[in-house]
Design a protein around this ligand. Structure first.
Ligand code: FAD
Length: 541
């Protein structure tokens, strides 16, 4: 059997090596239009600052190594320009000369390409770069050798934020321009607010709700008509499946050109399979077909399609999308659906925010870890989670990702027995804690109100009590229109609190205000806890 693979990086090379491990007598040919295969796309931003200092470290394996160990015929600089499903043949262009290649099975893993927005002057600008592969990074490094003083990054998704971090770490004054109202669209507004503060602390100029209208050499004119100087510009406004050829030959595609595959990665054409960024997968919460352009799914799918071709009954079970990004000292991560996505499904869900220490409060070095979890208002099924903090964000989001993908409920989280010793976590891990808080909501012991609802509620007559100490208020700031009654004197002030009003309680993180909520509820008051309290409110505004 001869298997031809289009694309020699995450999905394609995972398929090729798994095929070889399963079969010694299959002929495996990997074609890639680029000069490198098996390179570390995810490492590229870190080469810009020198954090990854050796360019060779970006190349995981060379064609020679792949041939020696796996007997894979790897052909870089070879672009597939046509596919003939009837003849089981592809046309390739290598260094300007055309050839055809027969296949028994064809695997497509062409990945995604950078979206290029409409900006006047963009096509003429010679200081604007995308960041997708090693040739891109070589061009950027070449430009960086002229020691630019200023940079602009257009687009605040993961790649944009990573580019900002690494350009800044190189000593370049960087502006981040984002059309949406927050950075890192996989996060919700208030969680992204924590990241925006970190960017500001590192002197990154973040411009939200802003588009670039025009590029004229090193001058960028923005939608509000201000002008930003940038000696180098990185364009990172998103990606879309790189499937124009696939669409041209009639293989069925869907949203944004993503290839439609069945449970076994088979496309609409017999013996043609597809994996990676280029395909649509079933979102396990909404059952909709979506694009999840991330490395872990691409690697898994590559391995699974090899199994399918070798007769192992492996199924594409769909995904939830789990992502993490570092921004200077902060990690920010999300899994499942965010609030915006959940709202668009019409699902009735509850939200809970907590901020706990990343490990036991009495042990030195703990840092705040903010978590957000969303779950079904009736069943408690988990739908989405986000985590932002300096330490152990990955541990918490990964635990929550497993819980969501396993269709667990908020009530399962308190049951998790997670590793604990003081340097690593807490006897009540932040994941347990958010589970307790969510369980209280689901079981009616607590009710909450969100950061973006509280101002209007107070305007409409609700009575807001902040139970922090006066010292905390003067040190950290106040909530607008809140009456200050410290928690420890709350029982002494019950007669000053109106019984006929909706009471909202807040503190720093929501933990003390939950105690206040219980005291007041037990005394007959109608009370809601400001979810995430002052920390979440002040991260947002
Ligand atoms: P790719 O790995 O992109 O490989 C596709 C290959 O197909 C390319 O080499 C391309 O040249 C080739 N090709 C396309 N068309 C043809 C053709 N017609 N003929 C021949 N060859 C063709 N994901 C994460 O999960 N975490 C991260 O931290 C992360 N960081 C990233 C940082 C950067 C800068 C980039 C660019 C991506 C990052 N990703 C990250 C995304 C991740 O790299 C991709 O999801 C993953 O590589 C997709 O695998 P793939 O096989 O579908 O496509």
């Amino acid at each position: 059997m001869k298997v031809v693979i289009v694309g020699g990086v995450a999905g394609g090379m995972s398929a090729a090596t798994r095929l070889r491990r399963l079969s010694e007598d299959t002929e495996i040919v990997v074609l890639d239009k680029g000069p490198y295969v098996s390179f570390a796309n995810c490492g590229l931003p870190y080469y810009l600052s020198g954090e990854i200092s050796d360019r060779n470290d970006l190349i995981v394996e060379s064609p020679e190594q792949l041939n020696q160990r796996f007997r894979i015929d790897v052909r870089p600089n070879t672009e597939v320009t046509d596919i003939n499903p009837a003849k089981h043949q592809v046309t390739v262009n290598h260094d300007g000369s055309q050839d055809t290649l027969d296949y028994d099975k064809l695997i497509l893993s062409p990945g995604s390409k950078a979206v290029i927005p409409e900006i006047t002057g963009l096509s003429k600008a010679n200081n604007v770069f995308t960041l997708r592969n090693i040739p891109d990074v070589d061009k950027i490094m070449n430009r960086l050798e002229s020691h630019p003083a200023t940079a602009a990054v257009i687009g605040a998704g993961s790649i944009g934020v990573e580019a900002v971090e690494n350009l800044t770490n190189r000593g370049i004054k960087t502006t981040l321009i984002e059309a949406g109202d927050h950075v890192l669209p996989f996060l919700d507004f208030e969680m992204a607010g924590i990241v925006e503060k970190e960017l500001a602390e590192h002197k990154v100029d973040v411009k939200l709700n802003t588009r670039v209208k025009q590029i004229n050499n090193d001058q960028l004119t923005l939608s509000d008509d201000t002008v930003v100087s940038a000696d180098i510009v990185i364009l990172a406004v998103g990606v879309r499946p790189d499937t124009s050829l696939i669409q041209k030959v009639g293989i069925k595609t869907g949203d944004r050109g993503g290839i439609i595959v069945d449970d076994h990665y088979q496309t609409s054409e017999q013996d043609i399979y597809a994996v990676g960024d280029a395909i649509l997968v079933k979102d396990l919460i909404t059952n909709q077909l979506v694009s999840i352009p991330l490395a872990s799914p691409a690697n898994r799918q590559g391995r699974q399609v090899a199994d399918v071709i070798m007769g192992i009954n492996r199924r594409n079970k769909g995904g939830i999308g789990t992502a993490i990004v570092r921004t200077f000292d902060l990690g920010a991560a999300a899994t499942g659906l965010n609030a915006k996505q959940l709202q668009s499904t019409g699902i009735d869900f509850m939200t809970v925010h907590t901020t706990n220490s990343s490990h036991a409060g009495y042990f030195p070095g703990g840092t705040p870890l903010s978590l957000k979890v969303m779950f079904d208002s009736k069943t408690g099924q988990l739908y989405g989670a986000q985590a932002v903090g300096k330490n152990s964000v990955d541990k918490r989001i990964d635990v929550l990702a497993v819980a969501i993908k396993s269709k667990m409920k908020i009530t399962n989280l308190p049951e998790f027995e997670l590793s604990y010793a003081p340097p690593f976590g807490s006897a009540k891990d932040p994941v347990n804690m958010i589970g307790y808080a969510g369980e209280n909501l689901l079981e009616g012991l607590s009710e909450n109100i969100q950061f973006d609802q509280v101002d209007e509620a107070v305007r409409n007559g609700d009575y807001l009590i902040d139970v922090r100490t006066p010292e905390e208020l003067s040190r950290d700031g106040r909530l607008p229109n809140a009456v200050n009654i410290p928690l420890d004197s709350l029982r002494d002030h019950l007669n000053t609190i109106p019984k006929d009003k909706q009471i909202i309680v807040s503190c720093r993180s929501g933990q003390r205000s939950y105690i206040a909520e219980r005291i007041l509820k037990n005394d007959g008051f109608n009370v809601k806890n400001l979810d995430g309290a002052f920390l979440t409110y002040s991260a947002a505004y």
